[in-house]
Design a protein around this ligand. Structure first.
Ligand SMILES: [Zn+2]
Length: 258
């Protein structure tokens, strides 16, 4: 079974899309079906879909008595979450907390949350939905696996764009030694950059797919990138991911030549 990390940051320009992604990830964590998770049909999946699962808690900014949302998530809310996290799950084997607009946690709240992310109770996962992960403390970010979603509309970072362009050119050009050398050269890439980089590569391949007669080859490469994105969600090291890319693409190219 896929090993999931205990803390994720889902960053998305759209709050709705980010939350949707967080629920999907939570379903993966709590699903009790056999086979691929989330199965979508077990009791846990259905309750998550209906937003009534007792082991999934949504933490959001409180509202005042006039119904106006407070600016920040407060330390008291994090303390309550922390106390609750030590209570065993009701129905599922594990528990999940989704923190909506987690980038509104003030510094005190983030420091309180950090303690929890460092030593989480067994079987407890946290998903932080943010619009801007840079608003989180670096210590908090370093404890979480970062995922991005719905980022088509986002401007791509310049250095990421350059890396993704180089990578796709080598991958598509079939220059195996050049590609392998590139992978080894970048195997120390910051883990936080990696998902942006992989999404950038995927976007480029998907673009190419539209104009490419040999769809099968590009589809193979997209699958490869998807696998890397999936590995990243389970905390596989950057070095391993680049190793996998180098080996796999060399194999693919050889297959085409034979
Ligand atoms: Zn299920």
């Amino acid at each position: 079974m896929e090993k999931l990390s205990h803390a994720y940051i889902v960053s998305s320009a759209s709050e709705e899309a980010g939350l949707e992604k967080a629920y999907e990830l939570a379903a993966k964590m709590l699903c009790s079906g056999a086979g691929d998770r989330p199965c979508g049909v077990c009791r846990d999946c259905r309750k998550i879909k209906a937003r009534v699962h007792p082991d999934l808690t949504l933490v959001s900014q409180l509202t005042d008595d006039k119904g106006v949302r407070k600016k920040e998530i407060l330390i008291g809310q994090i303390r309550d979450m922390s106390a609750d996290a030590y209570v065993l799950p009701n129905e599922a084997a594990e528990k999940v907390y989704i923190i909506e607009r987690a980038d509104t946690m003030n510094e005190q709240a983030q420091n309180a949350a950090l303690k929890l992310f460092e030593e989480p109770p067994r079987g407890v996962h946290f998903i932080l939905c943010v619009q801007n992960a840079a608003r989180l403390l670096p210590t908090v970010r370093s404890r979480c696996v970062e995922l991005r979603c719905g980022d088509e509309a986002d401007a791509e970072d310049e250095s990421i764009a350059k890396l993704a362009d180089e990578f796709v050119e080598l991958l598509e050009g079939g220059d195996v030694p050049g590609f392998t050398a590139w992978c080894f050269e970048h195997e120390k890439m910051d883990a936080r950059l990696l998902s942006d980089f992989l999404f950038g590569v995927k976007r480029r391949l998907t673009e190419k797919l539209k104009a490419e007669p040999d769809k099968k080859r590009i589809m193979g490469n997209i699958e490869l990138i998807d696998r890397c994105l999936k590995y990243q969600t389970v905390n596989t090291g950057v070095k391993h991911i680049f190793g996998l890319l180098a080996v796999r693409s060399a194999m693919e190219t050889r297959k085409q030549v034979d």
